[in-house]
Design a protein around this ligand. Sequence first.
Ligand SMILES: Nc1ncnc2c1ncn2[C@@H]1O[C@H](COP(=O)(O)OP(=O)(O)OP(=O)(O)O)[C@@H](O)[C@H]1O
Length: 449
Amino acid sequence: MTQTAAQRQILVVEDEDIIRNTLAEFLEGEGFDVTQAASVTEGLNKAREQDYQVAICDIQLPDGDGIKLMRQMHKLNPSLFVLIITAYGTVESAVDAFKGGAFDYLTKPVIFDDLSNKLKRVFEYRDLYLENQKLRRELEQPHRFDQIVGSSEPLKALQDSIAKISVTNSNVLLVGESGTGKELFARAIHSAGPMKDEKFLAVNCGARPVELLEAEIFGSDAPGASQPGILRISASGTVFLDEVARLPMGTQLKLLRAIEYEESMPSGGSETYQVNCRIITSTSEDLLRLVGEQNFQEDLFYRLDGVKIRIPPLRERLDDIPELVDHFIAKHSKALRKRAVSATSETIRLLMAAQWKGNVRQLDNAIERAVIMCDGTTIEPHDLPPDLLGMGQPLPDTDDLRSALRHYERLHISRVLRQWPDKREAAKRLKLGLSSLYRKIEELSIELG
Ligand SMILES: Nc1ncnc2c1ncn2[C@@H]1O[C@H](COP(=O)(O)OP(=O)(O)OP(=O)(O)O)[C@@H](O)[C@H]1O
């Protein structure tokens, strides 16, 4: 998407006040959103606070050089494009600037026409570059299913499995924590299968009187309570039984029969009917454990477990978060008629450090809230739900100060470690020595993710 000049943010790092102010004035006149910094330290701080699209940096700054600053800013934001300002006639420094990753350079005194042309080029190139990256990501995913967002290695492997299984029309068990996308994957399997034009019918097997549940699944011919039942009306489509472990034991036997003999009987009826559909089941529980506890039929378990797909929790595929965030921002901005278009790198970094016990559904809800709270077009860390990073953790259940301090210490160190998994970096942030950090991890029994 091409942005207008007003949406484009430029950081100008130049120590000479008069040059910096003139540049800023000119750029603002051209419609850019300009932030000024007079040193490496200030420039770096600004780059940490916000993502700029372009930075214009003087090569010589009072506390360091612009090329080093450019390298550090690239680490924070790899899609930042930099124009370096060099003194007139210093070819070597222009070469250094290119080697260091600058897009182009300007010589002092800066000529506005030259600056305008170079900026025009940089933004055109940047749009093409980002578009190209997006296309490349899409091309790298041969089995991409439209609705499934993410390109982490675990998700790619999952998409491969789904692509293979969907064409066979066999029954499938999807195993994954709540909110990982089991229903979404069930729909994807159906839509990529040979019977994609037939019906997809879903039922949640939890919390319902057994008669109602059985009528809904197998049908009922009882007078006054007749129901077709999804196994009967799905014909050769797909039936999705969500949370299959919640089926009562007797109902599980009926399901086993429907799968084994490919036929079923409605309650209160006297004639069997053919079951021709694909049956996709899902569970967030450990079925084998339930079999051990005699809460799940062993035969049904072996039937279902044959073709099983595990959907990894979000914490095992954090690389999907940036794409999911973009996807949910677009979804909610549209629904809420808001202008939010992106999240800052800091926001993404915080999101990647959160625990996500509620998986993708929780991320979806967090972004919805952030889109509502967001004032401008960019989602900032303060727009996120406050309890996301453990700020809303339960209070310690003791009045003893020492235990309470240990409790907070554990929470704080765990949060920093999630955010900075590299222990050296975490120790630096915590202002602890590395060995002290290791000692604390052991003393406080901190689990490492
Ligand atoms: N990879 C993904 N890409 C896009 N949206 C996703 C993805 N995974 C999950 N979602 C979305 O997250 C929400 C939760 O997904 P879904 O209902 O399929 O999860 P579930 O595992 O079936 O949850 P539950 O077990 O609680 O029923 C849905 O809005 C779904 O569209």
